[in-house]
Structure formats: C-alpha cells, structure tokens
Design a protein around this ligand. Structure first.
Ligand SMILES: Cc1cc2nc3c(=O)[nH]c(=O)nc-3n(C[C@H](O)[C@H](O)[C@H](O)COP(=O)(O)OP(=O)(O)OC[C@H]3O[C@@H](n4cnc5c(N)ncnc54)[C@H](O)[C@@H]3O)c2cc1C
Length: 465
C-alpha cells in the first residue's frame, strides 16, 4: 500500500495550492482528482473562464464607445467561437501550469473518486476498481457544485448553471438570471455588454446581499442604467422549457404573479458542498447541511483530517480563501508558525461592471456590533485616472473606528475595484489606522490614489472631493 504524509482530495485552488506548498515543505503528497484535469471549479468553470469572457466584453464595450475616445470604428462583429477558443487556450495553459508545478514540487496526481476510508486511509475508485492508500494527514478539498431550486430541472441547453453557460454556441437574445449574488451579477454583466436582454430575479431585497448596503444600491442603479432589469424580493415559482426557450413564473414584491419568456435561464442560486460519498460523514468531523465544521486552522473534529475551501461551514466560497486555508493547514502539519484564518481579513471580489472589491465590516455590521464608527466616502468622479479611463462611476467607502481611526472595512464599487482593494487588505491585515494611511504616498495619476482620498474623507480631509 502506497504511503504518503498528506493526501488531498480535490485539485481546485484549495487543493492544488496546498499540495504545492506541502511539496515545498518536503511532505510526500498526493492529490486525488475525479476529473481528468486539475484546477477545479475555479480554473475550468469559475473564476478564470468568466474573467476571460468579462475581459472580452470590456473590449467590446470600448469598441462601442470608440467615438468618445476619438476613433472611427465601423461594423465591429463579435466572433463568439473565437472568444470561446481563447478562453479554452487560457484554461489549458494554466492547467498545464499546475501540472508543471506539481512535478516541480514532486506532488503525485491520482485520478479517481477519493474517499476517507478510515483513520489514515483514503480510497480511490476508478472504473469500478478501488485501491487504498495510507497517509498521515488527509485534506478534503472537494469544492462545490451549482444548486437549483426545487422543481427546476437543469437541462444544460436552456436552463443552465455556470458550467453550461460558458459553452453556449451563440450569444442569447434574452437571459433570465435567477440570483443576484456574485455569479449571477457577473454573467448578467457579461451578456448585457454583448447585447443580451437581461433580467435578474433576486429573492432578497437587494443585489449582492453580502456587500455593504450602499454598494448594492449603487450596483442596482448602474445595472438599471445599463438596461439590466432587476426584480428584488422576487420569488421564482417555476422555470419551464418551451418551444422558444423557457418561461419563468415569479411573484413580484407586491405579490403579483408575472411570467417572463427568455431564450436562456441561468440558475445562480448558490453552491452546495461536494461532501456526499466522500466518507467524511463516517468520521468524527461535524457536518451542517453538508458543510464541514473546522477551527481557524482548518482542523476538523477527526484527528489529522483537515477540510478547506468551498466545503467549509461559515467561510466564504472564494478561490483565494480556499488557497489560504490550504496554506494554513499545510503549515500546521509541517510544524510552521501559522496565523489562523480570519474572515475579516479576506477580501471579496465581484467582477461585474462596475466591479466590486471589499474587505472587513460593512457599516451595518459595525453599527450592529455597537462600535462607534466614522464613515468616509470618495466618488471616482474626483479621480483623474478614472476620467481618463472613461469609467468614473462608483465610490470608495471606508468604515473606521471613531476613537483611534482603525480601519474596519473598505468597500469599493467602480474602476479596478478588485485591484485597488489590495491596499485595504494590507491596511486591515496590519491593523493600520487612518493616520498610517494618511501618511502613505499614492502615485499620481492612478485609480489607486482614490484610496488615499477615501481614507482622508473619514476626517473630512479628502483633497479631490
Ligand atoms: C462562475 C463562478 C465564478 C467564480 N469566480 C470567482 C472569482 O472570480 N474569484 C474567486 O475568488 N472565486 C470565484 N468563484 C468561486 C471559486 O471558484 C471557488 O470558491 C473555488 O473554486 C473553491 O475552491 P475549492 O478548492 O474549494 O473547490 P473546487 O475549485 O470546486 O475544486 C474541487 C475539486 O475537487 C474535485 N472533487 C470533488 N469531489 C471529489 C472526490 N470525491 N474525489 C476526487 N476529486 C473530487 C472536483 O472535481 C474539483 O476539481 C467562482 C465560482 C463560480 C461558480
């Protein structure tokens, strides 16, 4: 029986990052992956392919605005198959990249269905054949899968998840997106830019409901301006295929029943953890609706069994969260000094147009926690680089503790939001105060310097607003 220091089940951004680090630390490591390729949801049907499509949509949008930038461009045509082909090339390049990094770190890949078979034992099943391997540590990194609503059947052609919508043969004329979380608003943005008539149905009172309330309001305003219809407090009652596509029946917030016809429907109502038939239920690990409970070092209640990524209860379903959780767990196994995973230090990035980047407490969370706070806001309208880019919509909002000025939360909606949030990540990770940030020199002209204005705005000292 093969024997390893660490066996990881799942090769997404949680599993593959943990595996490479384990190899760097000299742990004999194997990754079990059910698919014939490594990289998981993020690389194949999540973060990377969606961002490729979004980037192409942005280029198309720039062509549409050519006259504003002083160009005469006629007859811009979208070559959808060429866009999909480029997406495929990018995904393949990075899949090969992970394979290379595995070889470099001496990580073995085993193809098959992985299952915790008992303390220090993992089984792998492939083509009806089962083998067992021995391991000191086991890490579950099996990720998540798209959910649907009761009675709504995903057929993959008309009623879609994030997987099938990435392979559509043509851009649909109309699309209903059920769910206004990160996945829903990203696809809504992409297809609206390519000319699709988009309607979003959201059960809660606002889009991106995990974000600060003002960010949600700004996004809904921007979406409406772009011609995206958003119905909040909408209860979807049925989604049925028909000759022309599908019909979605929903109750509006006033209790009226409405029916919408669309060529395609995207179900973006959340993701369920892939922990069924992984054997975790036979261990001492605590489960809640399929999610695994861990401590902040990713240890489950079963000795030497760790869980990371989208399957962990109460932590964000984000690629970089999964990766950091994996690094913490492997550090602990290798006897290194590690810091616990802190949700408040993990940024959120939503790649709709306008983009959203945020970290830490929302204004409401801080007020509900009884903290005395001060708010600073800076609109991108006052930032010269944003004007040069032709994207000066949105703002930065800073939530700071009143007495010492500790930064508690930063919420950005607007150009390069997912990039410039990096400064707030450093600030919050290092527990910086407004004084620290006011003394920081920001290069000019950058979109990033709007951060300096936003931090100064808390004390009414923003220069450009
Ligand atoms: C459309 C979309 C866009 C997204 N965009 C972003 C983004 O921009 N930024 C961001 O941070 N996050 C994004 N996410 C979320 C991100 O993809 C996930 O948080 C991340 O992939 C989770 O990583 P993971 O390692 O936990 O699981 P996964 O990436 O889901 O990987 C799990 C792996 O485990 C394998 N597996 C499952 N069960 C078994 C088994 N029993 N045996 C063997 N192998 C198994 C699976 O095949 C898969 O390869 C997006 C998600 C979606 C759906």
């Amino acid at each position: 029986m093969a024997k390893y220091d660490l066996v990881i089940i799942g090769s997404g951004p949680g599993g593959y990052v943990a595996a490479i680090r384990a190899g760097q630390y000299g742990l004999k490591t194997a990754v079990i992956e059910k698919d014939s390729y490594v990289g998981g949801t993020c690389l194949h049907i999540g973060c990377i392919p969606t961002k490729v499509l979004l980037h192409h949509a942005e280029i198309y949008d720039t062509f549409q605005r050519a006259a504003e930038f002083g160009f005469e461009v006629k007859d811009v045509k979208v070559n959808w198959p060429a866009i999909l082909a480029r997406k495929e090339r990018i995904v393949n390049k990075h899949t090969k990249g992970i394979e290379f990094l595995f070889r470099k770190s001496k990580v073995e890949t085993i193809t098959g269905w992985g299952r915790v078979a008992g303390p220090g034992r993992v089984s792998v099943e492939k083509d009806g054949k089962k083998t067992e391997i021995e391991t000191t540590y086991t890490m579950l990194a099996t990720g998540s899968d798209a959910r649907s609503l009761p009675g709504v059947e995903i057929d993959g052609k008309t009623i879609l998840t994030n997987k099938e919508i990435l392979e559509l043969p043509a851009i649909p004329k109309s699309l209903v997106v059920v769910g206004a979380g990160a996945v829903g608003v990203e696809f809504a943005s992409i297809f609206r830019t390519f000319g699709t008539e988009v309607t979003i149905l959201e059960m809660l009172p606002r889009a991106v409901p995990l974000e600060d309330e003002e960010i949600s309001a700004e996004l809904m305003k921007a979406f409406k301006k772009r011609g995206i219809r958003i119905e909040t407090e909408a209860k979807v009652e049925s989604v049925k295929k028909d000759a022309k596509g599908a019909t979605v029946v929903f109750k509006t917030k006033d209790g009226k029943s409405e029916s919408l016809a669309a060529e395609k429907v995207l179900m973006a109502v959340g993701r369920r953890p892939m922990t069924e038939t992984t054997g975790v239920d036979k261990t001492a690990a605590k489960l809640e609706r399929g999610f695994v409970h861990t401590n902040a070092y990713m240890e489950t209640a079963e000795p030497r069994l760790f869980a990371i990524g989208d399957i962990v209860a109460g932590l964000p379903q984000l690629a970089h969260a999964a990766s950091m959780e994996g690094l913490i767990a492997v550090g602990l196994m290798a006897g290194k000094e590690v810091q616990p995973f802190d949700r408040m230090k993990c940024p959120n990035a939503t790649y709709c147009e306008p983009q959203i980047g945020s970290i830490g407490m929302t204004e409401k969370q801080a007020r509900d926690a009884g903290i005395k706070i001060k708010i600073g806001k800076f609109p991108f309208l006052g930032n010269s680089k944003a004007t040069i880019l032709g994207h000066h919509e949105g703002f930065i909002k800073v939530v700071a503790e009143e007495k010492y000025g500790e930064i508690l939360g930063v919420h950005v909606i607007g150009p390069l939001a997912t990039e410039i949030i990096a400064e707030a990540v450093t600030a919050i990770s290092l527990e910086a105060t407004l004084d620290d940030l006011a003394a920081m020199i920001h290069a000019h002209p950058t979109v990033w310097e709007a951060m300096g204005d936003a931090f100064n705005a808390v004390r009414g000292l923003s220069i450009n607003a």
